[in-house]
Design a protein around this ligand. Structure first.
Ligand SMILES: *Cc1c(COP(=O)(O)O)cnc(C)c1O
Length: 379
């Protein structure tokens, strides 16, 4: 089915390729979405309830999680995982700097200190750097499954066990991803997932959930998400409001049933990119035998990244950078005493990474066009 257009595509014949396409998603699901909205309004329950419980159970079944607690956002899932696992003031949590800021801010907001370690060429936490970062104050390790690629969990857990640390997976970008047939979010003591509109499984607003293998942690997070209430009038401990909307759960439950198809399309798109992009100029980490990657993003590493991004934009091709400024170099990180140069791999990658369009509404011709344009830039 591959199009036989000439390799020398001109500006004129190229059609725009958007980085995301939420309008296409709405067009596809419009009737379903409107019927779902109508049903929730007709029932008149808007917070938690049976639909939220059904969503939690569907997630647990689909991915083999022991416990799922639906929350207001992925950020809250990180925060409540830390709280429920007893991470507190003065503790240190080892994590990555090449992540969305929430990984670090959740740690800061329980009064602990994020300690950043460097990553491997594939952007995943380097387990070889963990041991040197452990101090008597270290309580937890928070690996980030960036792009949908699961970190080297066996190696990370070996270090955690050796030092008595808990493991909290930031699996915000990794719903459905696996390593050695075990789901992202099923490895650590707890994990955080985001259902933000731009994630692979997406709500119509903020939403997220926490997974855990520990019944006590699940129970505590259920309590903490609802002000610490154990019944209508009794507050067992001070919590927060992080309850998931019924409307979001109803929409998400429907979308969950088509997530496999979304994942298949993203994986096909990634395979096509990997076959077409010129490896002389474009680095994409090799896929590992034992992994199942859901490609939340397709991040390449290139020289002259900013020039390439501008070149693509001129030709109607959207792209993004996740993330241009590592957390340890953000103005907010001054309080952590971080310095440029301390994470050389992370810092070098920050200037070289570019996320190409990978969403499920792209056609083969779109992927060919993006690949041809990227290769053309370097030729
Ligand atoms: C999206 C994301 C978060 C935060 O999730 P929200 O639902 O937006 O709060 C945290 N960590 C990573 C790596 C993310 O990509």
């Amino acid at each position: 089915m591959s199009s036989k257009r000439s390799a020398s595509s001109t500006l004129a014949d190229a059609k725009p390729v958007a980085y995301v396409d939420l309008k296409a998603q709405f067009a596809e699901d419009r009737d379903d979405i409107l019927a779902t909205v109508e049903r929730v309004f007709a029932e008149g329950n808007f917070i938690l309830g049976d639909t939220v419980e059904a969503f939690e159970q569907a997630l647990a079944r689909q991915f083999g999680f022991d416990h799922v607690v639906a929350l207001n956002s992925g950020t809250d899932a990180l925060l409540l995982a830390l709280l429920a696992l007893g991470v507190e003031r003065g503790d240190e949590v080892i994590t990555q700097s090449n992540s969305f800021v929430a990984s670090a801010s959740a740690i800061v907001h329980v009064g602990a200190k994020p300690v950043f370690v460097d990553v491997k060429p594939d952007q995943c936490l380097d387990p070889g750097k963990l041991e040197a970062a452990v101090t008597p104050r270290t309580r937890a390790i928070m690996p980030v499954h960036l792009t949908g690629r699961v970190c080297d969990m066996p190696a990370i857990q070996a270090v955690a066990e050796r030092h008595g640390l808990v493991v909290i997976e930031d699996a915000a970008q990794a719903i459905g991803s696996m390593l050695m047939d075990k789901a992202a979010g099923a490895w650590g003591d707890a994990a955080a997932f985001s259902l933000h509109p731009l994630k692979n499984l997406n709500a119509a607003g903020d939403a997220g959930f926490l997974t855990t293998s520990r019944a006590d942690v699940a129970e505590r997070v259920r309590r903490l998400r609802n002000h610490g209430l154990v019944d209508r009038n009794t507050v067992a401990e001070f919590g927060i409001n992080s309850r998931l909307d019924t409307l979001q759960a109803a929409l998400l439950l429907r979308r969950l049933s088509s997530l496999e198809e979304v994942t298949r399309k993203r994986r096909d798109n990634a395979a096509r990119y990997r076959a077409l992009l010129d490896p002389k100029h474009v680095f994409h980490p090799p896929c590992r035998q034992e992994e199942f990657n859901t490609f939340h993003t397709f991040v390449v590493q290139v020289d002259r990244r900013d020039e390439l991004q501008a070149f693509l934009k001129e030709r109607g091709i959207g792209s993004a950078i996740h993330y241009p400024i590592p957390i340890h170099l953000q103005p907010a990180a001054k309080v952590l005493d971080c310095r440029p140069g301390e994470l050389p791999v992370t810092e070098r990658q920050a200037g070289r990474i570019l996320s190409l369009p990978i969403h499920q509404f792209l056609t083969e011709a779109d992927i060919e066009q993006v690949s041809r344009t990227v290769n053309g830039f370097f030729r």
